[in-house]
Ligand binder design. Sequence first.
Ligand SMILES: Cc1cc2nc3c(=O)[nH]c(=O)nc-3n(C[C@H](O)[C@H](O)[C@H](O)COP(=O)(O)O)c2cc1C
Length: 179
Amino acid sequence: MKKLILSLVALLATATMSAQKMLVLYYSETGTTKTVAQELQKQLIADIESIECVTPYTGNFQETIQRGQREMQSKEWPALKPLTKKIADYDVVFLGYPIWFGTYANPIYTLLNEQDFSGKTVVPFCTFGTSGLETSTDALRKALPKATVVDGFGLRKARIAEAEKEVGQFLKTKKYKKD
Ligand SMILES: Cc1cc2nc3c(=O)[nH]c(=O)nc-3n(C[C@H](O)[C@H](O)[C@H](O)COP(=O)(O)O)c2cc1C
């Protein structure tokens, strides 16, 4: 009887885990973070949505540096197109962005101001030239005190060809997927 109850509890726990609704939500200017986002979506079999600016950045490095700095100084963050998915419908949000100026890219500031992440588990993921996962994760924890921001995943742009393997390894280590 005790064994039966234990198996039932285990079964229920597994069912609850797999019932977690997951969304991969990301911003990508030049496609690097998009590659990681698509890999996460594929391996998790999650929903996916990209964050789009009303006035897109041009994809030109110098122009984005200049516009980005202007926005940072004035704190006038870029307007976003409405999301088609509702954050409220999900338990876990994988939130992706490129690192800009040492932290998450400017469109994420707008997103955090507009959306309610209370009670959600947020898994940060990012791509960068050199680094930025830790700094941006700390910034997310400060910006989202009512969410649980867990340790996330970062990949250097120069290693983007390793995305499939690295994402798989991350998801396995953190037990988001079994094999
Ligand atoms: C405005 C701007 C600022 C950046 N700042 C940083 C930085 O502080 N540290 C870093 O490692 N990479 C930085 N990068 C490089 C990007 O994080 C990197 O190229 C990223 O993979 C681009 O992702 P995407 O293709 O998804 O837009 C910056 C790039 C831009 C355009």
